[in-house]
Design a protein around this ligand. Structure first.
Ligand SMILES: O=P(O)(O)OC[C@H]1O[C@@H](O)[C@H](O)[C@@H](O)[C@@H]1O
Length: 294
């Protein structure tokens, strides 16, 4: 069954009102945020300038891949799409007054350039934060990839932990599972224990786990008969997270039942330090495939 209302109507309304004027890009605003609407013969996407956050991605003829809340805070992080957690993941290591998951998702990024590469559109974003510089290269075609490049522009070593914190849309949490992490070791953040995964991971309970695995993630939706395959590079860990049936203030239960988070992370298995001048890349590439049930 698929009882949850899918929250895409606002984006559909924005596309209906937008003036693309022969371009694949149109500017739009919603809930106080500046948005880029992207439309080609192969896909539709929405990107927020705050966070350089891909909020919506839908290849032609397919269901949307990403989930996004319709309840955005007046200020602060938008829950949905692919928030960039950077240059730290979770609470800051020493100063708990700093924002969870770093500055990237609450900052305005600069769009450096837009290029057409074959059938795909490349959007190249940049953010400078003290001596950290991030570039996010977004490739939007029949599939999408996100390449986050961090460079230390200063003279001191800098700690780095990061994640591409994707909210994947599912028909209903009980219909979803992750199948590639069987046997992987993980840190269960809900009880602080280190454990080993037995079989597939189901999302029918609150979940907050850091898996120490470099494998491609594989999300199955048994009702939509869809697999989402998430390849990663430069990533020492994957985070699976869901708040459970009680949902969250900006994702009440009926909406929270429509996503699972499968995140590509780095600097969580081992502390990562960038030396002066050093660069590091974190890449997520997603594609879909039909799910054939036996
Ligand atoms: O509510 P936020 O700040 O977006 O974070 C959501 C979740 O993000 C996950 O990545 C973390 O592992 C969780 O601990 C956290 O609760």
């Amino acid at each position: 069954m698929s009882p949850c209302a899918q929250p895409l109507a606002p984006f559909a309304a924005l596309f209906a009102q937008a003036n693309f004027n022969q371009s694949p890009l149109a500017r739009s605003h919603w809930q106080g945020r500046e948005l880029l609407l992207v439309q080609t013969t192969h896909m539709q996407a929405v990107v927020s300038v705050q966070g350089a956050q891909l909020l919506h991605f839908q290849p032609s003829g397919e269901r949307p891949w990403l989930w996004c809340s319709t309840l955005w805070p007046e200020k602060g992080a938008i829950r949905g799409g692919v928030p960039v957690c950077w240059p730290w993941f979770g609470p800051h290591a020493s100063d708990k007054s700093l924002p969870a998951h770093g500055w990237a998702r609450i900052s305005q990024w600069q769009l450096l350039d837009v290029l057409l590469e074959g059938e795909a559109l490349l959007l190249n974003w940049q953010l400078r934060c003290a001596d950290y510089q991030a570039q996010l290269q977004m490739r939007l075609g029949q599939t999408f990839s996100l390449k986050l490049i961090t460079q230390n522009l200063g003279g001191q070593a800098l700690p780095l932990s990061q994640a591409l914190h994707a909210y994947w849309q599912v028909s209903f949490i009980d219909n979803a599972c992750e199948t590639s992490l069987a046997d992987a070791r993980y840190h269960d953040k809900l009880d602080g224990e280190h454990k080993q995964q037995l079989g597939t991971v189901r999302f029918n309970q609150p979940l907050d786990r850091v898996y120490f695995a470099e494998k491609t993630l594989c999300l199955h939706d048994s009702v939509w008969r869809r697999q989402l395959l998430i390849d990663k590079h430069g990533s020492d860990s994957s985070v699976l997270w869901h708040p459970g049936r009680q949902g969250l203030a900006d994702a009440p239960p009926v909406l929270a039942a429509g996503f699972v988070c499968a995140e590509v992370a780095d600097g969580l298995a081992e502390p990562c330090v960038l030396q002066p001048g050093e660069r590091k890349e974190l890449i997520m590439t997603a594609h879909s495939a039909p799910l054939v049930l036996e």
